[in-house]
Design a protein around this ligand. Sequence first.
Ligand code: ADP
Length: 397
Amino acid sequence: MIILVVNAGSSSLKYQLIDMENEFVIAKGNCDRIGIDGHLSHKTSNGVKVEEDCPFPTHAEAFERLVKALTEDEGAVISSMDEISAVGHRVVHGAEQFTRTMLVTDEIIEKIDELRELAPVHNHGHALALWACRKILPNVPQAVVFDTAFHQTIPQKAYMYGFPYEDYEQYHVRKYGFHGTSHRFVTAKLAEVMGKELKNLKIVSCHLGNGSSITAVQNGKSVDTTMGFTPLDGVLMGTRCGAVDPSAVTYVAGKHGFNVTEMDAYMNKKSGLLGISGKSSDFRDITAASEAGDKHATLAKDMLVYDIKKDIGTYAAVMNGLDAVIFTGGIGENAPNCREEVCTNLEYLGIKLDKAANDFKGELRKISTPDSKVEVWVIPTNEELLIARDTLALISK
Ligand code: ADP
């Protein structure tokens, strides 16, 4: 059975074609620069690469080109779209309406589009891709998998903000949390490799990439997470400031004379590792600059490490204990220095890092010592695979 996984943004449409017999990626690619000009990158498992500039006025043309790439060009991997059993779509924001993966109806697409107020950059793009896919493949079932859904188990005392209650009721201002698909994938994988049941584990899952979030997972359920109403909250990120005193926001906006949009860009695009280092948002550059003696790069790295360490302690308190810590995402999977610094001086929690075992990148591995009370693991995330598995489970029902 073959499943197409689609991850559409406002101007891009990434895809993977997965054979679910062996969970093998047959082809993947990206239709980029939608609404600007248009570019297709397509790659097959047997090494064929297609790069082409092509006009993508809307997501519909991009989707049509994707179909052609999969079925007709030199990078074709199937003879017709009839070979595809279902399409699984990543959706960033499901708010309080969507708590699990759903099969798509017109009404659901409309609701996803209505939620664009909560995720301006993403949800409208998802809706456009969903309409395009429904038009071009009207008889193929489509599923939607929400980044926020996994966090809908967070208790109200943890997801509320201290604003007047009527603003929660009227404007739905609350913590939603993101990266849910990744946290769900790596925590399930952890239980499998530890040979334990997820329902008996207290886990802190650290997804560290350009955007980062830390989640407390108890009995297989998210009980708290660092991202909030938007993906700006929590730890320091590539270009995002993470958690700050809300009054600092109004103060800085006043000093610079920023309007709301300008302040938003300042916090989302000019802050974080980039803003502190003045050099780069990329953790590789930060590490290299820090090793070369750059004080601001060192400070940026130290701030990120400090935030993560603090959240591990917080969530151990929230769950009344800790069985395992997971590192995932571009930084979590590939930066031994970040993992080592986070795990240093956490012995009181029962965390003992095996420095030699930690010296690697990009694969699944346990990095704590055999006598460490808390197990520490690096688990590469695979959101696309989880979307494909969810989609398969839904259509098999
Ligand atoms: P996104 O959040 O956009 O999905 P990724 O999960 O791909 O991002 O993570 C990107 C981050 O991972 C960047 O900060 C990058 O520097 C970091 N990263 C990727 N490879 C390495 C590496 N080999 N060593 C250190 N950091 C890395």
